[in-house]
Write a protein that binds this ligand. Structure first.
Ligand SMILES: Cc1cc2nc3c(=O)[nH]c(=O)nc-3n(C[C@H](O)[C@H](O)[C@H](O)COP(=O)(O)OP(=O)(O)OC[C@H]3O[C@@H](n4cnc5c(N)ncnc54)[C@H](O)[C@@H]3O)c2cc1C
Length: 503
């Protein structure tokens, strides 16, 4: 695949940085770049009337500050029975990087009172059945030996667990073996509120501009390495051609089609597999009051990792709610407000082999997701009752979650494989980067955007001023929180205090 290079043409305006999409990723990268070099001109374009209306909105994601405390799919059991904790360690360390950056922003009045976007909410795992109890016990032993997880508690005593999660234990048969773990300083995050606050802060800076109701239609690289980008507004008069030195495709589900249009060789072979989601929502104060945690269980057999069921205390736009789900489903849309043609239109000669390979090897998953879409309300509440035995159909309503576009990548043996992570795809010359995938997602947005800086701003990262500023924003930058227990203790004491995550 060759990058299409056009000669210079009429350009309406020049900017240093173009951020495509107004979600948490673009907002985070924009904030970092503006702090690193306040003279940069930064344009953020968002196709919808407001920012944070897709995956980053509070109702569209689960709001879990993913730290590996409660998500059992981050710690698989190996064939020899051992629990693998590597992924949980790296996610926890990455989340700690986000907490540092948000702490710095709060301390410097660039974010408001932390309760407006993050709240302490214990992270708990709950399992039933003798085999699962044994797994959870071993998982606790493996994790709690590491400083990152030293505060994790374990119990197989129903009375203790009933104190941690009364709704989950009410009416549960006394003969059922149960176990749970708990980290008291887990968090619930309103990523929509966080994104809107970051963008509001950016709007007070000279050099930053937000254009809503404006979508990127196409982009081409010029001979001088800059990008010529066609913007489409609501009216023809709003259409513009912008030239940018660096482009970030933070368009969520819309990033893959734009990456394909960029024509960079690094995009070759990538495809997307969209997955929709639904929540059961309870707004009854007398029920919400009885649950103060995020309780994650084990995914049913054959279910994908993103459909691990959890019963969550949520604070969205400052209001408490109780959510259960998400029930993943099949869709062909890449964005909640996208088109049914998104999936078929994304199949190109350059990714046909990986798309077919991934399709062939994931027929069971597709069947499972289609089956989930057609479940009745009472079937869904039945699944909830495994968690909350006294749940009544009439107390819960259905709400639509956001879309996830899972990454499809080339691989030699199967032609293509489906991945459940997040990945940065960047051009070799560092002038363009895109974020693909959706997990662990917004929680690790800061680490993901540091990776963008590392890959696309190498020369500037050599400057002492950039290094000092990065160290101020993220004190553990350049060091390992997995290896350095003393640094971790220092960092965590500060983030828990500043973000008011520990009483
Ligand atoms: C059901 C579900 C549950 C989740 N749970 C969690 C969780 O508990 N914890 C967690 O950390 N993460 C979670 N995530 C993932 C998290 O929501 C995402 O990783 C994160 O919000 C992605 O942010 P983003 O900025 O990349 O994308 P988005 O927030 O989707 O923003 C992309 C923006 O780009 C705009 N756009 C698209 N195309 C164009 C275009 N051509 N031109 C201009 N603008 C465009 C869109 O309108 C949108 O506003 C979940 C996601 C889903 C769907």
């Amino acid at each position: 695949m060759r990058v299409k290079r056009l000669g210079r043409d009429v350009t309406d305006r020049q900017v240093d940085i173009l951020l495509v999409g107004g979600g948490v990723m673009s907002a985070t990268l924009g904030t970092m770049l503006q702090q690193l070099d306040p003279t940069l001109t930064i344009l953020m374009v968002e196709r919808l009337p407001q920012v944070a209306a897709e995956s980053s909105d509070g109702w569209n994601n689960a709001g879990t500050g993913h730290a590996g405390y409660c998500e059992l799919n981050y710690t698989p059991q190996l064939a020899d029975g051992k629990v693998e904790i590597k992924r949980a360690l790296s996610i926890n360390a990455a989340f700690e990087v986000s907490l540092q950056f948000w702490s710095w922003l709060v301390e410097n009045d660039l974010l408001p009172e932390p309760q407006q976007f993050i709240r302490p909410t214990p992270h708990e795992s709950f399992v039933w059945g003798a085999e699962n109890v044994e797994f959870l016990r071993q998982r606790h032993v493996a994790l709690s030996q590491h400083p990152l997880f030293k505060d994790m508690e374990f119990s197989d005593d129903p009375r203790v667990i009933a104190e941690w999660m009364p709704l989950v234990m009410g009416d549960r048969p006394a003969s059922q073996p149960v176990a749970a773990t708990r980290v008291a300083y887990g968090s619930d995050i309103d990523f929509g509120a966080l994104t809107r606050q970051l963008v509001q802060s950016l709007q007070t800076r000279t050099g930053f501009e937000l254009k809503t109701n404006t979508g990127v239609k196409s982009l081409r690289q010029l001979h001088n390495g800059r990008w010529r980008v066609q913007l489409k507004g609501k009216q023809a008069a709003d259409n513009q051609i912008v030239e940018a030195g660096f482009v970030f495709l933070g368009a969520g589900g819309g990033a893959l089609p734009l990456l394909q249009k960029s024509g960079i060789p690094e995009a070759r072979g990538y495809g997307g597999f969209p997955v929709s989601g639904l929540w059961l929502v309870c707004n009854k104060p007398e029920i919400i009051r009885q649950h103060q945690a995020k309780v994650y269980g084990k995914a049913p057999l054959g279910a994908p990792p993103m459909s691990v069921p959890h019963l969550d205390t949520r604070y969205i736009d400052g209001k408490p709610a109780l959510l259960f789900g998400p029930y993943a489903g099949f869709t062909t849309k890449f964005l909640k407000q996208g088109s049914w043609l998104n999936l078929p239109a994304s199949v190109k000669p350059r990714n046909l082999k990986s798309m077919l390979g991934a399709g062939r090897h994931n027929l069971d998953l597709t069947r499972y997701l289609i089956g989930e879409v057609f479940q009745s309300h009472s079937k869904r509440v039945e699944a909830l009752r495994q968690f909350y035995p006294q749940a009544r159909d009439e107390d819960w309503t259905l709400a639509k979650a956001g879309q996830r576009v899972q990454i499809i990548k080339r691989c030699d043996d199967k032609g293509g494989k489906l991945e459940f992570g997040t990945e940065i795809v960047a051009s070799a010359d560092g002038t363009l980067a895109a974020l693909l995938g959706a997990s662990p997602g917004a929680s690790t947005s800061v680490q993901a955007m540091l990776d963008v800086l590392q890959r696309c701003f190498k020369a500037r990262l050599q400057e002492t001023a950039w290094q000092q500023q990065l160290k101020a924003m993220v004190p553990s930058w350049g060091e390992s929180l997995i290896e350095d227990a003393a640094l971790l203790a220092q960092v965590r004491t500060r983030t828990l205090r500043t973000l008011k995550l520990q009483s």
